[in-house]
Write a protein that binds this ligand. Structure first.
Ligand SMILES: [Zn+2]
Length: 582
C-alpha cells in the first residue's frame, strides 16, 4: 500500500495488487486484505497480534535486548542511526514483538516479526528475543507460534547475525524434544537466514496467502542463472505444490486455522522420549503378560455378517476391493472422523497427491490420520496417481508419523493402494529407501498405531503404512505381496490366470485373519462397502474406537515392544503364515 498524497495518507491508500483506491478504515476492517482483488497487504507486528490473539490475553514479553553494534558498522549511515530511525518510524524497540497470549483459549508464546523494522532483518537482538520466547514456551509448556517477515540476516552485524539461525534453531529443537508444538506462519516476504532456519524447521509451516518464501531472492537467482523465473516462483501456492508448506491460509482464516491446529495437538500426551529406549531383558515376562491382555480380541464388530458365511471367491473380492465406488480415504475422513485439517508436503520438494494426511478427531479424540487416496472418477484417479505413492508421499507420511509421536497423537492409517509408484523418477528419488524408512520408523514409533486395509493393500507400498499395533481389514479388502496379475505373469503361463493366482495368494480378509496378519475383520454391509458407504463408515468407526481405546493407556515403551513382538512372530515356525505372505 502506498499513500496517494501526504494529506490524505490517513484516509486512503492504493492497493499494491490492483491499484484500487481504498478507504483505509474499510481496508483495516477487512484485515488489510484488498476487498477488490484479495491482495494481502503487509501487517506490522502489533496489528498482526491484534488480529490473531484473544482480546485481553496479550502479555508482551520484555523487548529490551542488549544494545548491539558489534562491528561498529557504517555504510552510508552508521548502524546506530539506522536503528534509531527504525525505532522512531515503527515505535518498536526491535524487528520482532514477542508475547504470550491465548488463541481460542489455547495458551501460546508468540514471536511476530515486523518487516518495517530494517526489513525484518535477523540480528543478535531479534535472535535473542525469539529465543527467549521459545524458552518461555518451554517453561510454560505451551506451543510456540512464529510469524515471519524478513529479508534475511542483518548485514550490519556480520557473522554474528548468521549465528542467530543456530541460536533460534537450538531453542526450537528443545521444544521438539519436549513434545511441544512449533508453528511458523510465513508472511510476505520471508527470505534468507530466516527462511533457512526457524521459518521452516518448525513442526508445521503455514503460508499466508500471497506470501513468498525462499532462501535466495528472485533477483539474485535471475542474476546468477541469467534465466527468467517460472510463473509464481516462490509464492505460497508454489511452495505448497513443492512440498514446502503444510497449507496456504487466507488471512481471514488464519486465526481459526491456528485454533484448530492448537486444539488438535494439545490433546496428546507429550511424548517425553521421542527415541524409544530398549527395555532390559528382565522386563520381558511382564511385557508378554501385558501383551496377552492387549491381544485379546476387542470390539463389537464381528467377523462377517451373522448368517452370511462369507465364501466369496478371492477374485471377486479383488474386483470388489478395486471397485471405483468404494469409499476412499477422503470419504472416510469425512464420514468416520471430524475436523480433518490436511497437512501437506514432504519439505523436500514435493507434495504427493496419492497420500493424504493430517489431524482429525475420532469420537472427540485427536488423532493423526494418514492414508492412500484413490478416487472415484478417471480424472480423480489420474490426479491421485491411482493411490500409488511416490517417495515424496512416503516421506510426507513419515513426517506426519514423527510429528504425531512427538505430540503424543495416535496414528490411524488407511491403506488402499495397488502398490508404490513404479515409475522411473520414483526410483531416482529413492523409492525403496523411502518405504524402508517408514517401515523402520513405524516399528519404533512411541505412539499407538492402528492400520486399516480399506481397499487394496498392495505389497511394500501398503506395508509402509501398515506396521501397526492392530491391523484391521475391511471384509472385501485384499492385502498381498503382489497383484494377482503380476503373480500370474510370473508363475503361470500368462496374466489370464489372475483369478487362480488370487486364490493361491490367500489375500482375502478371512484368510489373513487366520494367518494372523490381520487382527480383526470389519464386516461390510450385505453387498459391499460401495453400496452403503454410511453403514460401512459406521462399522469402521466402531472398530477403530474399540481397537484404539485400549492402546491409549499402554506406555510407549511397552507399545513398541509389543508391536515388535507382533511382527517377530511371522517367523520360520509359522509355515502357514510364510506361505501366505510369499
Ligand atoms: Zn486490490
Amino acid at each position: 500500500m502506498t499513500a496517494t498524497a501526504p494529506r490524505e495518507e490517513q484516509l486512503w491508500s492504493r492497493c499494491a495488487g490492483c491499484a484500487s483506491l481504498l478507504y483505509r478504515k474499510r481496508l483495516r476492517r477487512n484485515l488489510d486484505v484488498c476487498p477488490e482483488c484479495g491482495e494481502h497487504a503487509r501487517l506490522g507486528a502489533p496489528e498482526r497480534l491484534r488480529q490473531l490473539v484473544d482480546p485481553g490475553s496479550l502479555c508482551l514479553l520484555p523487548d529490551r535486548p542488549p544494545e548491539a553494534d558489534p562491528l561498529d558498522f557504517v555504510d552510508v549511515l552508521p548502524y546506530p542511526h539506522r536503528l534509531t530511525g527504525a525505532r522512531a518510524s515503527t515505535g518498536l524497540a526491535e524487528g520482532v514483538v514477542c508475547a504470550t497470549a491465548t488463541i481460542g483459549g489455547h495458551p501460546v508464546a508468540l514471536a511476530v516479526m515486523d518487516f518495517r523494522f530494517l526489513g525484518g532483518s535477523l540480528g543478535c537482538a531479534v535472535g535473542e528475543l525469539i529465543t527467549r520466547a521459545a524458552e518461555r514456551a518451554l517453561d510454560d509448556r505451551t506451543p510456540l507460534v512464529l510469524i515471519t517477515a524478513s529479508g534475511g540476516a542483518r548485514m550490519q552485524e556480520g557473522a554474528l547475525s548468521l549465528m542467530q539461525m543456530a541460536t533460534v534453531s537450538q531453542a526450537i529443537a528443545a521444544l521438539r524434544e519436549a513434545g511441544l508444538l512449533t508453528v511458523s506462519v510465513l508472511t510476505d516476504p520471508t527470505y534468507g537466514g530466516v527462511a533457512a532456519s526457524f521459518a521452516t524447521n518448525t513442526d508445521l509451516v503455514l503460508a499466508e496467502s500471497g506470501a513468498r518464501m525462499g532462501f535466495a531472492g528472485p533477483r539474485v537467482i535471475r542474476q546468477i542463472t541469467g534465466r527468467a523465473l517460472p510463473e509464481g516462483f516462490q509464492t505460497a501456492d508454489f511452495l505448497l505444490r513443492h512440498g514446502q508448506v503444510d497449507m496456504v491460509v487466507q488471512r481471514r482464516s488464519l486465526r481459526a486455522r491456528l485454533m484448530a491446529l492448537l486444539a488438535a495437538t494439545r490433546a496428546g500426551r507429550p511424548a517425553r522420549s521421542p527415541v524409544p529406549r530398549q527395555e532390559p531383558a528382565s522386563h520381558r515376562e511382564r511385557v508378554a503378560d501385558d501383551g496377552a491382555v492387549l491381544a485379546r480380541p476387542t470390539g463389537p464388530v464381528a467377523e462377517g455378517d451373522a448368517g452370511t458365511p462369507a465364501v466369496r471367491d478371492a477374485w471377486d473380492t479383488v474386483r470388489m476391493a478395486r471397485h471405483p465406488g468404494r469409499p476412499t480415504t477422503l470419504d472416510y475422513l469425512d464420514s468416520v472422523f471430524d475436523g480433518f485439517v490436511e497437512l501437506h508436503g514432504d519439505r523436500l520438494g514435493a507434495d504427493c497427491p496419492a497420500i493424504v494426511g493430517g489431524v482429525a478427531r475420532l469420537a472427540g479424540r485427536h488423532v493423526m490420520v494418514i492414508g492412500h487416496q484413490k478416487g472415484h472418477t478417471t480424472a480423480e484417479l489420474v490426479a491421485r496417481n491411482f493411490g500409488m505413492a511416490s517417495p515424496s508421499g512416503h516421506r510426507k507420511a513419515l513426517r506426519l508419523m514423527r510429528l504425531a509421536a512427538r505430540l503424543g497423537l495416535p496414528v490411524v492409517t488407511l491403506v488402499d493402494t495397488p502398490g508404490a509408484d513404479p515409475g522411473v523418477s520414483a526410483e531416482e528419488q529413492g523409492q525403496a529407501a523411502a518405504i524402508a524408512e517408514n517401515i523402520l520408523t513405524l516399528t519404533v514409533l512411541p505412539t499407538p498405531v492402528l492400520a486399516v486395509i480399506t481397499g487394496e493393500g498392495g505389497s511394500g507400498g501398503a506395508l509402509a503404512l501398515a506396521v501397526a499395533d492392530r491391523v484391521l481389514m475391511l471384509e472385501n479388502a485384499v492385502y498381498s505381496v503382489i497383484s494377482p496379475e503380476g503373480c500370474a505373469a510370473i508363475l503361470w503361463p500368462d496374466r489370464s490366470a489372475a483369478p487362480q493366482a488370487a486364490r493361491a495368494l490367500r489375500l482375502t480378509a478371512p484368510d489373513l485373519r487366520r494367518l494372523g496378519v490381520v487382527d480383526e475383520v470389519v464386516s461390510e454391509p450385505s453387498s459391499a462397502a460401495h453400496d452403503d458407504p454410511a453403514e460401512t463408515a459406521h462399522r469402521l468407526r466402531a472398530a477403530l474406537l474399540a481397537n484404539l481405546l485400549p492402546l491409549l493407556d499402554v506406555p510407549p515403551a511397552i507399545l513398541v515392544r509389543l508391536r515388535r513382538q507382533r511382527f517377530r512372530r511371522f517367523g520360520a515356525n509359522r509355515v502357514g503364515a510364510r506361505a501366505g505372505l510369499r
